[in-house]
Design a protein around this ligand. Structure first.
Ligand SMILES: Cc1ncc(COP(=O)(O)O)c(C=O)c1O
Length: 385
Protein backbone atom coordinates (compact mmCIF):
# COMPACT_ATOMS: atom_id res chain seq x y z
CA UNK A 1 0.00 0.00 0.00
CA UNK A 2 1.06 3.61 -0.56
CA UNK A 3 2.58 5.42 2.42
CA UNK A 4 -0.40 7.82 2.46
CA UNK A 5 -2.66 4.83 3.16
CA UNK A 6 -0.31 3.18 5.65
CA UNK A 7 0.00 6.38 7.70
CA UNK A 8 -3.78 6.56 8.00
CA UNK A 9 -4.19 2.96 9.14
CA UNK A 10 -1.15 2.46 11.40
CA UNK A 11 -1.80 2.70 15.16
CA UNK A 12 -5.59 2.25 15.18
CA UNK A 13 -7.88 1.83 18.18
CA UNK A 14 -7.42 -1.60 19.82
CA UNK A 15 -10.13 -4.07 18.72
CA UNK A 16 -11.28 -4.58 22.32
CA UNK A 17 -12.46 -0.94 22.69
CA UNK A 18 -15.35 1.01 21.20
CA UNK A 19 -14.19 1.70 17.63
CA UNK A 20 -13.46 5.39 17.19
CA UNK A 21 -11.15 6.60 14.43
CA UNK A 22 -8.53 7.80 16.94
CA UNK A 23 -7.19 5.99 20.04
CA UNK A 24 -8.66 6.59 23.50
CA UNK A 25 -6.97 9.34 25.52
CA UNK A 26 -6.16 7.72 28.84
CA UNK A 27 -5.04 9.95 31.69
CA UNK A 28 -3.04 8.25 34.39
CA UNK A 29 0.15 8.26 36.38
CA UNK A 30 -1.02 5.15 38.22
CA UNK A 31 -1.46 2.00 36.20
CA UNK A 32 -3.36 -0.73 38.06
CA UNK A 33 -1.78 -4.17 37.76
CA UNK A 34 -3.96 -7.29 37.69
CA UNK A 35 -2.17 -9.24 40.45
CA UNK A 36 0.86 -9.29 42.72
CA UNK A 37 3.12 -11.14 40.32
CA UNK A 38 2.41 -8.61 37.58
CA UNK A 39 3.65 -5.72 39.79
CA UNK A 40 7.24 -6.43 38.79
CA UNK A 41 6.69 -8.33 35.56
CA UNK A 42 4.21 -6.34 33.50
CA UNK A 43 5.79 -4.25 30.72
CA UNK A 44 3.49 -1.34 31.50
CA UNK A 45 3.63 -0.58 35.21
CA UNK A 46 3.65 3.22 35.33
CA UNK A 47 1.93 5.95 33.29
CA UNK A 48 5.08 7.87 32.43
CA UNK A 49 5.87 5.28 29.73
CA UNK A 50 2.68 6.28 27.92
CA UNK A 51 -0.74 4.69 27.52
CA UNK A 52 -2.98 4.04 24.50
CA UNK A 53 -2.54 7.31 22.55
CA UNK A 54 1.24 7.34 23.00
CA UNK A 55 1.41 3.68 21.92
CA UNK A 56 -0.67 4.40 18.80
CA UNK A 57 1.54 7.39 17.90
CA UNK A 58 4.69 5.30 18.37
CA UNK A 59 3.28 2.59 16.09
CA UNK A 60 2.42 5.13 13.38
CA UNK A 61 5.83 6.84 13.67
CA UNK A 62 7.56 3.45 13.38
CA UNK A 63 5.65 3.03 10.11
CA UNK A 64 6.75 6.50 8.92
CA UNK A 65 10.41 5.97 9.83
CA UNK A 66 10.62 2.27 8.91
CA UNK A 67 11.88 1.82 12.49
CA UNK A 68 12.12 -1.06 14.94
CA UNK A 69 11.87 1.29 17.94
CA UNK A 70 10.64 4.85 18.50
CA UNK A 71 10.78 7.03 21.61
CA UNK A 72 8.75 10.19 22.28
CA UNK A 73 10.10 13.31 24.01
CA UNK A 74 8.37 16.50 25.18
CA UNK A 75 10.01 18.65 22.46
CA UNK A 76 12.17 18.27 19.38
CA UNK A 77 15.17 19.61 21.25
CA UNK A 78 14.54 17.11 24.07
CA UNK A 79 14.59 14.30 21.46
CA UNK A 80 17.99 15.49 20.22
CA UNK A 81 19.49 15.95 23.69
CA UNK A 82 17.85 12.77 25.01
CA UNK A 83 19.18 10.62 22.17
CA UNK A 84 22.68 12.09 22.58
CA UNK A 85 22.69 11.49 26.34
CA UNK A 86 21.46 7.93 25.77
CA UNK A 87 24.44 6.90 23.63
CA UNK A 88 27.39 9.12 24.66
CA UNK A 89 29.69 8.86 27.67
CA UNK A 90 32.64 10.80 29.09
CA UNK A 91 35.71 10.30 26.92
CA UNK A 92 33.69 10.09 23.69
CA UNK A 93 33.67 12.80 21.08
CA UNK A 94 30.82 13.95 18.88
CA UNK A 95 31.40 15.32 15.39
CA UNK A 96 28.68 17.85 14.70
CA UNK A 97 27.63 19.75 11.60
CA UNK A 98 27.76 23.51 12.07
CA UNK A 99 24.52 23.58 10.09
CA UNK A 100 22.69 21.84 12.94
CA UNK A 101 19.91 23.71 14.75
CA UNK A 102 21.65 26.24 17.03
CA UNK A 103 20.25 24.92 20.37
CA UNK A 104 21.56 21.44 19.43
CA UNK A 105 25.03 22.90 19.00
CA UNK A 106 24.66 24.84 22.23
CA UNK A 107 23.64 21.68 24.11
CA UNK A 108 26.76 19.90 22.85
CA UNK A 109 29.03 22.81 23.70
CA UNK A 110 27.40 23.81 27.01
CA UNK A 111 26.30 20.48 28.49
CA UNK A 112 28.02 17.53 26.81
CA UNK A 113 31.41 19.23 27.03
CA UNK A 114 30.83 19.82 30.77
CA UNK A 115 30.31 16.06 31.17
CA UNK A 116 33.56 15.13 29.45
CA UNK A 117 32.37 14.66 25.84
CA UNK A 118 34.61 16.35 23.29
CA UNK A 119 32.70 18.36 20.68
CA UNK A 120 34.12 18.85 17.20
CA UNK A 121 32.27 21.08 14.71
CA UNK A 122 32.48 20.44 10.99
CA UNK A 123 31.62 22.76 8.11
CA UNK A 124 28.26 21.69 6.63
CA UNK A 125 29.70 22.20 3.12
CA UNK A 126 32.29 19.41 3.47
CA UNK A 127 32.08 16.34 1.23
CA UNK A 128 31.45 12.93 2.81
CA UNK A 129 35.15 12.05 2.47
CA UNK A 130 36.16 15.29 4.22
CA UNK A 131 33.73 14.66 7.09
CA UNK A 132 34.89 11.05 7.47
CA UNK A 133 38.53 12.21 7.52
CA UNK A 134 37.74 14.12 10.73
CA UNK A 135 36.85 10.92 12.63
CA UNK A 136 39.25 10.47 15.55
CA UNK A 137 39.89 7.51 17.88
CA UNK A 138 37.36 8.85 20.39
CA UNK A 139 34.61 9.72 17.85
CA UNK A 140 31.43 7.93 18.91
CA UNK A 141 28.77 9.78 16.92
CA UNK A 142 28.35 12.10 13.92
CA UNK A 143 25.37 14.47 14.13
CA UNK A 144 23.97 15.61 10.78
CA UNK A 145 21.23 17.92 9.63
CA UNK A 146 20.41 18.12 5.93
CA UNK A 147 19.48 20.60 4.65
CA UNK A 148 21.18 22.72 7.33
CA UNK A 149 19.18 25.05 9.53
CA UNK A 150 19.09 28.55 7.97
CA UNK A 151 21.77 28.02 5.29
CA UNK A 152 20.24 24.88 3.68
CA UNK A 153 23.45 23.06 2.70
CA UNK A 154 22.80 19.44 1.70
CA UNK A 155 25.06 16.75 3.19
CA UNK A 156 25.82 13.43 1.51
CA UNK A 157 24.10 11.53 4.32
CA UNK A 158 24.21 7.99 2.83
CA UNK A 159 27.97 8.22 2.16
CA UNK A 160 28.70 9.68 5.60
CA UNK A 161 26.51 7.03 7.27
CA UNK A 162 28.14 4.17 5.37
CA UNK A 163 31.68 5.41 6.10
CA UNK A 164 30.87 6.01 9.77
CA UNK A 165 29.34 2.55 10.18
CA UNK A 166 32.41 0.95 8.62
CA UNK A 167 34.50 2.70 11.31
CA UNK A 168 32.14 1.77 14.18
CA UNK A 169 30.85 5.35 14.54
CA UNK A 170 27.13 6.07 15.03
CA UNK A 171 25.20 8.63 12.97
CA UNK A 172 22.22 10.68 14.09
CA UNK A 173 20.28 13.06 11.87
CA UNK A 174 17.84 15.85 12.63
CA UNK A 175 15.36 15.10 9.82
CA UNK A 176 12.74 17.71 10.77
CA UNK A 177 12.87 19.49 7.38
CA UNK A 178 11.82 16.35 5.50
CA UNK A 179 9.28 15.48 8.23
CA UNK A 180 10.23 11.80 8.12
CA UNK A 181 8.39 11.65 4.81
CA UNK A 182 10.57 13.01 2.02
CA UNK A 183 13.81 11.51 3.30
CA UNK A 184 14.13 8.14 5.04
CA UNK A 185 17.30 8.26 7.16
CA UNK A 186 17.18 4.67 8.44
CA UNK A 187 16.84 3.27 4.91
CA UNK A 188 19.90 5.38 3.97
CA UNK A 189 22.05 3.82 6.70
CA UNK A 190 21.64 6.38 9.50
CA UNK A 191 21.46 4.86 13.00
CA UNK A 192 19.12 7.34 14.73
CA UNK A 193 16.52 9.52 13.01
CA UNK A 194 15.26 12.43 15.09
CA UNK A 195 12.57 14.92 14.26
CA UNK A 196 10.81 17.80 15.94
CA UNK A 197 7.22 16.59 15.54
CA UNK A 198 6.39 20.13 16.68
CA UNK A 199 6.83 21.22 13.04
CA UNK A 200 5.19 19.33 10.16
CA UNK A 201 3.76 16.30 11.95
CA UNK A 202 1.81 18.58 14.28
CA UNK A 203 1.13 20.98 11.41
CA UNK A 204 -0.82 23.48 13.50
CA UNK A 205 1.92 25.25 15.49
CA UNK A 206 0.42 24.41 18.85
CA UNK A 207 2.14 21.33 20.36
CA UNK A 208 5.74 20.50 21.26
CA UNK A 209 7.03 16.95 20.82
CA UNK A 210 9.99 15.08 19.37
CA UNK A 211 10.81 11.53 18.36
CA UNK A 212 13.92 9.40 17.98
CA UNK A 213 13.69 6.29 15.80
CA UNK A 214 16.12 3.48 15.10
CA UNK A 215 16.20 0.25 13.14
CA UNK A 216 18.53 -1.42 15.64
CA UNK A 217 17.09 -3.22 18.67
CA UNK A 218 20.14 -2.62 20.88
CA UNK A 219 20.11 1.11 20.11
CA UNK A 220 16.34 1.08 20.70
CA UNK A 221 16.97 -0.30 24.20
CA UNK A 222 19.55 2.45 24.87
CA UNK A 223 17.10 5.15 23.74
CA UNK A 224 14.38 3.65 25.94
CA UNK A 225 16.70 3.53 28.95
CA UNK A 226 17.68 7.16 28.25
CA UNK A 227 14.05 8.30 28.31
CA UNK A 228 13.45 6.37 31.51
CA UNK A 229 16.60 7.64 33.22
CA UNK A 230 15.87 11.27 32.33
CA UNK A 231 12.17 11.05 33.21
CA UNK A 232 10.72 12.34 29.94
CA UNK A 233 6.98 11.90 29.39
CA UNK A 234 4.38 13.21 26.93
CA UNK A 235 0.68 13.49 27.69
CA UNK A 236 -2.04 11.42 26.04
CA UNK A 237 -3.72 14.60 24.80
CA UNK A 238 -0.55 15.77 23.04
CA UNK A 239 0.06 12.30 21.56
CA UNK A 240 -3.52 12.18 20.27
CA UNK A 241 -3.19 15.58 18.59
CA UNK A 242 0.16 14.60 17.09
CA UNK A 243 -1.34 11.42 15.63
CA UNK A 244 -4.15 13.50 14.15
CA UNK A 245 -1.53 15.67 12.45
CA UNK A 246 0.33 12.64 11.14
CA UNK A 247 -2.79 11.38 9.31
CA UNK A 248 -2.75 14.41 6.98
CA UNK A 249 1.04 14.88 6.77
CA UNK A 250 1.49 13.59 3.18
CA UNK A 251 -1.39 15.70 1.87
CA UNK A 252 -0.31 18.89 3.64
CA UNK A 253 3.38 18.48 2.84
CA UNK A 254 2.69 18.02 -0.88
CA UNK A 255 0.87 21.36 -0.85
CA UNK A 256 3.65 23.13 1.12
CA UNK A 257 6.12 21.70 -1.39
CA UNK A 258 4.20 22.77 -4.48
CA UNK A 259 3.68 26.35 -3.29
CA UNK A 260 7.20 26.72 -1.87
CA UNK A 261 8.84 25.58 -5.11
CA UNK A 262 6.70 27.98 -7.16
CA UNK A 263 7.41 30.89 -4.81
CA UNK A 264 11.14 30.05 -4.57
CA UNK A 265 11.35 30.07 -8.38
CA UNK A 266 9.54 33.40 -8.57
CA UNK A 267 11.78 34.95 -5.90
CA UNK A 268 14.94 33.82 -7.73
CA UNK A 269 13.91 36.06 -10.65
CA UNK A 270 13.30 39.20 -8.59
CA UNK A 271 15.85 42.03 -8.86
CA UNK A 272 16.12 42.50 -5.06
CA UNK A 273 17.11 38.83 -4.57
CA UNK A 274 20.67 37.55 -4.96
CA UNK A 275 19.85 33.86 -4.64
CA UNK A 276 17.36 31.43 -3.16
CA UNK A 277 18.57 28.59 -0.94
CA UNK A 278 16.24 25.73 -1.84
CA UNK A 279 17.65 22.28 -2.73
CA UNK A 280 14.84 21.52 -5.20
CA UNK A 281 15.91 24.44 -7.43
CA UNK A 282 18.11 23.00 -10.22
CA UNK A 283 20.98 25.48 -9.68
CA UNK A 284 21.17 24.95 -5.90
CA UNK A 285 24.57 23.43 -4.92
CA UNK A 286 22.76 20.64 -3.02
CA UNK A 287 20.33 19.82 -5.84
CA UNK A 288 22.02 16.61 -7.06
CA UNK A 289 22.02 15.09 -3.57
CA UNK A 290 18.44 16.21 -2.96
CA UNK A 291 17.25 14.73 -6.27
CA UNK A 292 19.04 11.46 -5.58
CA UNK A 293 17.85 10.94 -1.97
CA UNK A 294 14.62 12.92 -1.42
CA UNK A 295 11.13 12.36 -2.75
CA UNK A 296 9.99 15.95 -2.13
CA UNK A 297 10.81 19.23 -0.41
CA UNK A 298 9.15 20.99 2.48
CA UNK A 299 7.98 24.60 2.69
CA UNK A 300 11.08 26.06 4.38
CA UNK A 301 13.84 27.81 2.45
CA UNK A 302 16.25 30.75 2.54
CA UNK A 303 16.46 33.95 0.49
CA UNK A 304 19.72 35.91 0.19
CA UNK A 305 18.84 39.52 -0.58
CA UNK A 306 20.96 41.97 -2.58
CA UNK A 307 23.05 43.82 0.04
CA UNK A 308 20.93 46.38 1.86
CA UNK A 309 20.94 48.16 5.24
CA UNK A 310 19.27 46.79 8.38
CA UNK A 311 16.44 49.29 7.97
CA UNK A 312 15.62 47.73 4.58
CA UNK A 313 15.46 44.26 6.18
CA UNK A 314 13.07 45.64 8.80
CA UNK A 315 11.05 47.32 6.01
CA UNK A 316 10.80 44.00 4.11
CA UNK A 317 9.55 42.03 7.12
CA UNK A 318 7.27 44.78 8.44
CA UNK A 319 5.61 45.16 5.01
CA UNK A 320 4.47 41.52 5.00
CA UNK A 321 0.77 41.16 5.72
CA UNK A 322 0.15 37.42 5.24
CA UNK A 323 3.52 36.14 6.51
CA UNK A 324 3.75 36.20 10.30
CA UNK A 325 7.09 37.00 11.93
CA UNK A 326 7.95 33.96 14.03
CA UNK A 327 10.68 31.39 14.62
CA UNK A 328 8.89 28.06 14.44
CA UNK A 329 7.59 26.53 11.19
CA UNK A 330 5.77 23.51 9.80
CA UNK A 331 2.29 24.83 10.54
CA UNK A 332 -0.45 25.83 8.10
CA UNK A 333 0.65 29.46 8.16
CA UNK A 334 3.39 31.34 6.31
CA UNK A 335 6.22 32.83 8.36
CA UNK A 336 9.34 34.92 7.84
CA UNK A 337 12.43 35.82 9.87
CA UNK A 338 15.78 37.48 9.21
CA UNK A 339 18.70 35.21 10.08
CA UNK A 340 21.94 37.23 10.21
CA UNK A 341 22.01 37.58 14.03
CA UNK A 342 21.91 33.77 14.31
CA UNK A 343 24.71 33.28 11.75
CA UNK A 344 27.03 35.57 13.69
CA UNK A 345 27.73 32.80 16.25
CA UNK A 346 28.92 30.35 13.56
CA UNK A 347 32.56 29.64 12.85
CA UNK A 348 32.53 28.57 9.19
CA UNK A 349 29.59 30.45 7.66
CA UNK A 350 29.20 33.72 9.57
CA UNK A 351 27.36 35.60 6.83
CA UNK A 352 26.28 35.17 3.22
CA UNK A 353 26.72 37.61 0.33
CA UNK A 354 23.69 39.63 1.45
CA UNK A 355 21.12 39.63 4.24
CA UNK A 356 19.56 36.19 4.77
CA UNK A 357 15.81 35.78 5.21
CA UNK A 358 14.05 32.49 5.93
CA UNK A 359 10.53 31.85 4.68
CA UNK A 360 8.06 29.15 5.60
CA UNK A 361 5.39 28.76 2.94
CA UNK A 362 2.08 27.82 4.49
CA UNK A 363 -1.15 26.56 2.98
CA UNK A 364 -2.48 29.95 1.85
CA UNK A 365 -3.09 30.62 -1.84
CA UNK A 366 0.21 30.85 -3.73
CA UNK A 367 -0.73 33.98 -5.73
CA UNK A 368 -1.75 35.83 -2.54
CA UNK A 369 1.63 34.98 -0.98
CA UNK A 370 3.50 36.17 -4.08
CA UNK A 371 1.59 39.46 -4.02
CA UNK A 372 2.51 39.89 -0.34
CA UNK A 373 6.19 39.20 -1.07
CA UNK A 374 6.15 41.59 -4.06
CA UNK A 375 5.00 44.40 -1.73
CA UNK A 376 7.72 43.52 0.78
CA UNK A 377 10.43 43.48 -1.92
CA UNK A 378 9.29 46.93 -3.07
CA UNK A 379 9.57 48.12 0.56
CA UNK A 380 13.09 46.61 0.74
CA UNK A 381 14.16 48.50 -2.35
CA UNK A 382 12.61 51.78 -1.21
CA UNK A 383 14.42 51.54 2.16
CA UNK A 384 17.75 50.60 0.53
CA UNK A 385 18.42 54.10 -0.91
C1 LIG B 1 15.67 21.72 12.65
C2 LIG B 1 15.05 21.80 14.01
N1 LIG B 1 15.27 20.81 14.88
C3 LIG B 1 14.74 20.84 16.11
C4 LIG B 1 13.97 21.89 16.54
C5 LIG B 1 13.47 21.90 17.94
O1 LIG B 1 12.12 21.60 18.06
P1 LIG B 1 11.32 21.98 19.36
O2 LIG B 1 10.95 23.42 19.23
O3 LIG B 1 10.16 21.06 19.36
O4 LIG B 1 12.21 21.76 20.55
C6 LIG B 1 13.71 22.95 15.67
C7 LIG B 1 12.88 24.10 16.10
O5 LIG B 1 12.88 25.14 15.49
C8 LIG B 1 14.28 22.91 14.38
O6 LIG B 1 14.11 23.92 13.51
Amino acid sequence: MHEKTRLIHAGRTPETLARTVGPPIQRGSTVLLPNSQALYEDDLGYGRSGLAAQAALIEALAELEGAAAVQLYPSGLAALTGALLAVLKAGDSVLLSEGAYKPTRQFCQNVLQRFGVRVQLHDARLSAQEVLALIADDTRLILLESPSSLTFEMQDVPAIAAGARARGVLTLIDNTWAAGLYFKPLAHGVDISVQALTKYVCGHSDIFMGSAATGDAALGALLEAGVHDLGWAVTGEAAYDMLRGLRTLPTRLARHDQSARAIAGWLADQPQVLKVLHPALPDDPGHAIWRRDYSGASGLFGVVMKPGPLKAQHAFLDALKLFGLGFSWGGFESLAIRCDPQLASRRFVKALEGPLMRLHIGLEDEADLIADLAGALAAYEAASD
